[in-house]
Design a protein. Sequence first.
Length: 501
Amino acid sequence: MRDQIRSIVIVGGGTAGWMAATFLARRLAHLRIVITVVESSAIGTVGVGEATVPAIRDFFAAVELGETELLRETEATIKYGIRFADWKTRGHAFFHPFGLYGVPARGVPFHQIWLRQRAAGDTTPIGDYCLATQLAERDLFLPPSDRPANDLGVFNFAVHFDASKFAALLRRLALANGVAHRDARITRVALDPENGHVAGVDLDTGEQVTGDLWIDCSGFRSLLLGEAMGVEYRDWRHWLPCDRAVAVPCASDAMHRPMTTATAMEAGWRWHIPLRHRVGNGYVYCSDFIDDAAAEDALLGALEGAPIAAPNRIRFTPGHRDRFWERNVVGLGLSSGFLEPLESTSITLIQSGLERLLPLFPDRGFDPRLAAVYNRQSMLEFERIRDFLMLHYRGNARHGEPFWDHVRAIEPTAGLQLKLDAWRSAGEFVRNEWDTFQDASWLSMYAGFDDLPARHSPLADQFDAAGLSDSLARMRDAIAGTLRHAEPHGRFLSRVVGECA
Ligand SMILES: Cc1cc2nc3c(=O)[nH]c(=O)nc-3n(C[C@H](O)[C@H](O)[C@H](O)COP(=O)(O)OP(=O)(O)OC[C@H]3O[C@@H](n4cnc5c(N)ncnc54)[C@H](O)[C@@H]3O)c2cc1C
């Protein structure tokens, strides 16, 4: 008889804690495992984290959360990608879409065809061949097709949501699915002296909670993994120097654009996340290049409407814990690591951590090989995202600005260098295990920064020039035809949510 896990304790009731609770309650429903969330409303949550990537839709499906309900309950809007403004130079902008570009021909990737046309003097932006980009630029909504006719029709969407409303919605779902809940502060973590496992926690109510498997979702405090078990943190500031943020929501009468905007600033960048009831704003910056007061002033000066809450100053260290799973504790969310939200990757890392935990689900023996597999996967995911984020900084041409000169000069990691070499020499992508961002995402960055290969593939020369121009024009026409079936994003939200957007 196996020594099955009988209880799981989730420490923390932020986005990570409630995502873990809903997901595990659904997926382990028939194993009769008692799941308890311990959180302290007196401590609160980090209060940010409102932009997602399309994978979040798989999470909604996994926990049987309808998208209409999600949109309605969390003041959500649609996101087709991220607009990067002023990153290359002031006044320049490009878009990272959740979708593919163009249609390949005779096995030649579309971007090679586009590169050939560019070399011949065609200046059509690559975004003109991407449906997601065109939907976003025109503030339209169209649901992705289940069976697109070709790559032109391949796109997806993510959402922006109010993080506290999202956590509240998940909490309701989790409690309805039998998750137990304690609102109390943990005052002590007890370790088993024999094996170093977490045995239980003391609460400020005098109660003690014990459990077999512990999920540390305690935020930057990292109560179990960091504080109690002493798992070291790998500091990645030398690669990604931004280490602070100030966030403030504001009112807005503007139309809800189906995109996140990331605008480069003096010492970092600023996010703009449109929700139905307000706009989320934040300035992510490097404390070596600007002080907190100046960053706050710069953010407040850039708001499109009146602030509706006091600025929230947040300090962070980019990087991750040496181990994400240690003995009987798995860390999820900020307790396990954090990379700046430039590509909205934290929530997707929580989701992927949960998805990867299930196939490795332990029994009470906690075979250390399970943790080793999990830790390797988690580490690779973090490293791949780090490399993609570094690419955003490397391409800037904001010469003479101290922060931007500094980040441009940061030595690439070996993994990033490999990707850059393949791209610059052959217009080729290097694909890695546990890559969160695929070819089209890398292409959007390279094209956005005009970081193009010295030559296009010789295979793209096999096409007749006039025929190629015609087929590119047909692709643009096909996109224009599809756009006619889309509806304004604001109208879509009003219709679905049943209120004025
Ligand atoms: C500036 C910034 C911007 C971000 N933007 C994005 C974004 O756009 N997209 C994205 O995907 N992610 C983003 N993130 C990350 C995202 O906010 C987090 O990944 C997500 O909110 C999960 O946080 P968490 O649940 O791990 O921690 P928290 O929200 O901090 O929750 C921690 C929980 O632990 C509990 N707790 C702590 N100590 C105790 C104790 N002693 N006793 C009891 N309970 C305790 C707290 O009460 C709380 O419930 C951003 C993060 C930052 C810092």
